[in-house]
Design a binder for this molecule. Structure first.
Ligand code: NAD
Length: 477
């Protein structure tokens, strides 16, 4: 089912010339689904050349016409949502329902960016003489190199593609090699929507080879990466050597502050829904649950009961609430977080073991009474595991929530609106969600502070990373 010509360069599909490949594995069964050929040096060079030519055409296309192509692509994604979701579930493991929601939400992101592209305004600046006309004019920054991970195979690339193209940039996109069908489907949608050749190019290959070739390439003018903090730091350092602007959407370790004036059952249910979505492989997944001491025990019991009742299975089974982990690395990582917590003296209140013996299934795991030195409290777990800890005062919980170098999302459940506002202001994160679960909508900005990265995707900010302001002052001859 996987194309044997998965690279898309200058409007045409081709096989990778490297002679190497990635085996695509179904995480629910461990069976091989196909082989993905890798780009060689010639493919990379062709892609950068095509992106430069594409930029020359696309940046001079009117915002109105660009918007029409984007909207047509969004419509194709919607029409093909069932097929795209089915292949995403096969390769990544998430329940089909979540996969379908992701495709439809991604189409909405494309529509949002298409409209934002029509509202990129030039600003007039009064001159110091009446005959001087001057403007600050946003221009597309140029061809972009974008790198996206496997956890949201459609929406991660779409956030970058839609915003860059709406701003008038071209792109070389390298999605994760482990979930290639989604990136291929995105490009097919834009191709069929009439996107000119070279504007969007797609590569798969050895990630380090691709990024270390494209980032220094003088034809590439901007870098956008979503993935882990260590890789983000490497790519940002490389980009800095060539003075290229970056957007970095990196990991998080989201605190959840549960004050003792909220209903335990409803709160546990809301947090569990956010926690176990996509098997917890989400950068804004709630991971450190701080529960005020009065309700701590009841909360641990309610949350553990919910975790233990989750129905695990292959994503294509419509009764499945949580699928397998996306790859074997995640499985061994979550196993080692659990073992480390156990050895540190924590109590495993739910899960804590593999589920079944085929595929990458791990039982939703709740770890209570976690000692401060457990790795689970300092490293991003990125899976279906959560730490629950008691706290006493507002001041104390803010300090503990802010103690890590991460700063992506935070959550709070509090019936006291004044305190909630005060705490939200004190949290060192890019996003705070109060009395509800995770939010990532086309119209809202998404991104982090501290080591979670910089730059924003979505919202009125979506196109900003792809624009640069030119100042023009025009005096009469
Ligand atoms: P990883 O760091 O090896 O890879 C993360 C992503 O970066 C992958 O898509 C990979 O293809 C890409 N990548 C890796 N090295 C690269 C390079 N030199 N140049 C360009 N791209 C490169 O980790 P992993 O095992 O795939 O995922 C585990 C960790 O990644 C998690 O612990 C989590 O912190 C992080 N992650 C974060 C997000 C996110 O949305 N922020 C998504 C997926 C993974």
């Amino acid at each position: 089912m996987l194309r044997d010509d998965p690279l898309y360069i200058d409007g045409a599909w081709r096989r990778g010339s490297a002679g190497t490949h990635t085996a695509i594995i179904d995480p629910a069964t461990g069976t091989e689904l196909g082989k993905l050929s890798h780009a060689g040096a010639k493919d990379l060079d062709d892609a950068a050349a095509a992106a430069l030519r594409g930029f020359q055409v696309w940046s001079r296309t009117s915002a109105y016409d660009r918007s029409r192509v984007l909207r047509a692509a969004a419509q194709k994604l919607r029409e093909r949502a069932d097929d795209i979701a089915a292949s995403m579930t096969r390769e990544q493991g998430k329940p089909l329902r979540e996969a379908k929601m992701e495709v439809v939400a991604s189409a909405d992101i494309v529509d949002w960016c298409a409209e934002e592209g029509r509202r990129v305004y030039v600003r007039g600046i009064p001159g110091r003489r009446p005959d001087i006309r001057q403007v600050a004019a946003p221009e597309p920054v140029g061809p972009v190199a974008a790198f996206t991970p496997w956890n949201f195979p459609v929406s991660q690339p779409i956030r970058k593609v839609a915003a860059a193209l709406a701003a008038g940039c071209s792109m070389v996109l390298k999605p994760s090699e482990e979930t290639p069908s989604a990136g291929i489907a995105i490009v097919e949608a834009f191709h069929d929507a009439g996107l000119p050749p070279g504007v969007l190019n797609l590569l798969f290959g050895d990630p380090a080879f691709v990024s270390s070739s494209l980032i220094p390439d003088p034809r590439i003018r901007k870098v956008s990466f979503t993935g882990s903090i260590p890789v983000g730091k490497q790519l940002a350092a490389l980009a800095a050597q060539y003075m290229k602007p970056c957007t970095m959407e990196l990991g998080g370790h989201a605190p959840v502050l549960v004050f003792d004036n909220v209903g335990v059952e409803a709160t546990a249910k809301a947090i569990a829904a956010g926690k176990f979505r996509n098997a917890g492989q989400v950068c804004i997944s709630p991971t450190r649950l701080f529960v005020q001491r009065g309700q701590y025990k009841d909360f641990v019991d309610a949350f553990s009961a919910r975790a233990s009742s989750m129905r695990l299975g292959p994503g294509h089974d419509d009764k499945t609430e949580m699928g397998p982990l996306a790859n074997a690395r995640r499985l061994s990582s979550i196993e080692s977080f659990t073992e480390d917590a156990r050895k540190a003296g924590a109590r495993i209140a739910a899960g804590g073991a593999r589920h079944g013996n085929a595929g990458n299934f791990w039982s939703p795991t709740v770890v209570a009474d976690v000692p401060e030195h457990a790795r689970l409290l300092t490293e991003e777990p990125f899976g279906p595991i959560v730490a629950i800890l008691p706290f006493d005062s507002e001041e104390e919980v803010i300090a503990r929530a802010n103690a890590l170098p991460f700063g992506l999302a935070a959550y709070m459940f509090d019936g006291d609106a004044h305190r909630a506002d005060r705490v939200a202001a004190a949290l060192e994160v890019g996003m705070v969600s109060i009395n509800q679960g995770p939010l990532a909508l086309p119209e809202t900005p998404f991104g982090g502070v501290k080591e979670s990265g910089y730059g924003r995707e979505g919202g009125a900010e979506a196109l900003l990373p792809y624009l640069v302001t030119k100042f023009i002052s025009h005096a009469p001859p």
